[in-house]
Write a protein that binds this ligand. Structure first.
Ligand code: NAX
Ligand code: ADP
Ligand code: K
Length: 501
């Protein structure tokens, strides 16, 4: 199933639609939410000496009152801490009335060893930084190191951006409802949530039917069906031909990493395009991958005319000068044969002084273009977006995609893939061991390989990011970039078990 991600605003719309459609009213949903959290606490923290429930003034606090009552009914030692009473006649006010545990003042809360803290201060409705006594409590809990279970979101975390607004709980377990929100998946939110459980609270799947869904957690369900089958009568050029541009004599490894990634990801043929001074070093290190001289753009065009590659990679250690700029524009001007282009590293930096030149070329090109910046490279092309702290990583990547006309892979521990049409995916299977030189070069090759095989660009980019991350995670500690292409057959075997032989 495609893993839909809802913004807090969209979740609010879903809640309202679900309440209108029934069968559960607002308090019914709140009771279901509270029951889901209480069950998990009983299951996971049965050894706790007690549970201190911290309730805020809104519906998140309402969930807290339900949880406090259910746990107390089950014989758990419960203390309840709340200051402001919920708004009269609200669902949270009913939950408080129905809860027989007497509230104590938040200021009186002291974390006790062996106890669990249940954070029901703020959830989706957080609108300003947490201050005063609540901020103090968060510090006290952090200092005591007691376990925290957060309802919906760790209080203080923005469900939209994944960034804390001031003080923020660092939870061991977060239980959210119906669907994940961007703040659960974007860093540092993903880390601050701890383990994330999505609970069913009785909202029907049909609540999504009328919504314009544009954000998903990246995973095979998003693109698996688009991975081209290898037909029984396939030949190498049917499987796509990827061209990878190499840098000069002292910087050729990056292109070979991309080329190897492209080959292992399934392209039938791969050619490295090398300047004259790097031909012999490339030749010494290439076997199944072909090699061709392309010193200047006329040789590139001749190669494209003759050999008709279906996708290309430009950037890894390619140099930031005129050759790289003219190659990028040369690729983008093609109107036959070439289907996809991945621009990374130096091909991004080469346009730092003239981003509009690149964007105009991308927008007027028929070639599906993917830009793969890390944060530093992103800031070179999209300085204003990078500097806007109010934007989430998803919003930044989307705005960049819309502006440039390219699919953006904004890399990091929480890589975001965004399309000019607004579709976006957050990647969550990344491995910290991918933080090693050359790992991004392999990613370019994997993405280009899928473009060369004819996959639509958003799916090719999302598949490439996920497969790359999966390869890194499967290898684990000790990973260097050279290992990533070699792990791909194992990743594919797990993904397509029927594809053997
Ligand atoms: N029917 C529903 O809508 C459901 C909602 N649920 C819960 O409802 C929560 C959302 O409830 P709310 O929209 O009431 O939002 P919250 O409970 O997160 O916050 C509500 C109130 O706190 C105020 N506030 C926000 N940040 C503050 C700050 N830093 N300092 C002081 N006051 C602040 C807001 O102005 C608002 O009045 C979800 O996170 C979830 O836990 C669940 O019960 C499931 C069903
Ligand atoms: N902590 C991390 N967790 C998950 N993935 C990571 C992490 N750090 C880096 N990566 C991934 O590793 C790759 C690094 O690419 P990049 O920054 O271009 O490095 P290089 O230029 O050395 O290849 C990207 O795909 C990025 O998403
Ligand atoms: K919370």
């Amino acid at each position: 199933m495609r893993m839909v991600v809802l913004t807090p605003e969209e979740m609010g719309n879903v809640d309202r639609a679900a309440i209108t459609a029934g069968p559960h009213d607002g308090y019914g949903l709140m009771r279901n939410a509270g029951a889901a959290v209480a069950d998990l606490i009983l299951e996971r923290f049965s050894g706790a000496a007690g549970v201190a429930v911290l309730c805020g003034p809104g519906n998140n606090g309402g969930d807290g009152y339900v949880i406090a009552r259910l746990l107390a009914e089950r014989g758990v030692n419960v203390r309840l801490f709340a200051d402001a009473a919920p708004q009269e006649d609200s669902d949270a006010a009913r939950a408080r009335e129905d809860c027989f545990v007497t509230p104590e003042a938040l200021a009186d809360f002291r974390p006790e060893t062996g106890w669990l803290v249940l954070d029901a201060l703020y959830g989706a409705g957080l609108s300003k930084p947490i201050a005063g006594i609540e901020a103090e409590l968060i510090e006290r809990v952090a200092a005591a190191g007691v376990p925290v279970v957060a309802v919906d979101l760790p209080s203080g975390l923005s469900g939209l951006t994944g960034k804390p607004l001031g003080s923020c709980f660092d939870a061991d377990l977060t239980v959210t409802f119906f669907r994940k929100k961007p703040g659960h998946l974007l860093m540092p939110g993903r880390r601050l949530c701890g383990e994330l459980v999505v609970a069913d609270i009785g909202i029907a799947e049909t609540a999504l039917a009328s919504m314009d869904i544009a954000l998903w957690e990246n995973g095979p369900a998003l693109w698996r069906d688009g991975v081209p089958a290898v037909e029984i009568d396939a030949h190498k050029y049917v499987r796509g031909h990827v061209a990878v541009v190499s840098g000069g004599g002292a910087s050729t490894g990056a292109a070979r990493l991309a080329a190897r990634g492209a080959a292992r990801a399934g392209a039938g043929a791969v050619t490295v395009l090398s300047p004259a001074n790097a031909l012999s070093v490339n030749a010494m290190h290439l076997t199944s991958i072909m090699l061709r001289k392309a010193e200047a753009v006329d040789e590139l065009i001749a190669f494209l005319d003759e050999r008709k590659p279906t996708a290309a990679v430009l950037g890894p250690a390619a140099g930031t000068g005129e050759r790289t700029r003219s190659f990028a524009l040369g690729f983008l001007e093609r109107n036959e044969g070439l289907k996809g282009l991945v621009l990374d590293a130096d091909a991004i930096t080469a346009f730092a002084d003239a981003p509009d030149t690149l964007f105009e070329a991308v927008r007027s090109s028929v070639i599906a273009t993917v830009l793969t910046p890390h944060d530093g490279e992103f800031a070179r092309l999209f300085g204003d977006l990078a500097a806007d702290a109010s934007m989430s990583k998803v919003e930044r990547a989307r705005a960049a995609a819309e502006r440039s006309g390219a699919v953006i892979i904004l890399k990091g521990a929480d890589t975001v893939v965004a399309c000019p049409d607004g579709r976006a995916a957050i990647n969550t299977n990344g491995s910290r061991f991918l933080a090693t030189a050359g790992s991004g070069d392999v990613l370019c090759g994997i993405v280009a390989s899928h473009l060369a095989q004819g996959m639509p660009v958003f799916e090719a980019a999302s598949a490439g990011v996920w497969l790359h991350a999966e390869a890194g995670g499967m290898f684990g500690r000790g990973l260097i970039a050279e290992d990533l292409p070699e792990m791909l057959p194992h990743v594919f075997q797990a993904l397509f078990p029927d594809d053997m032989g």
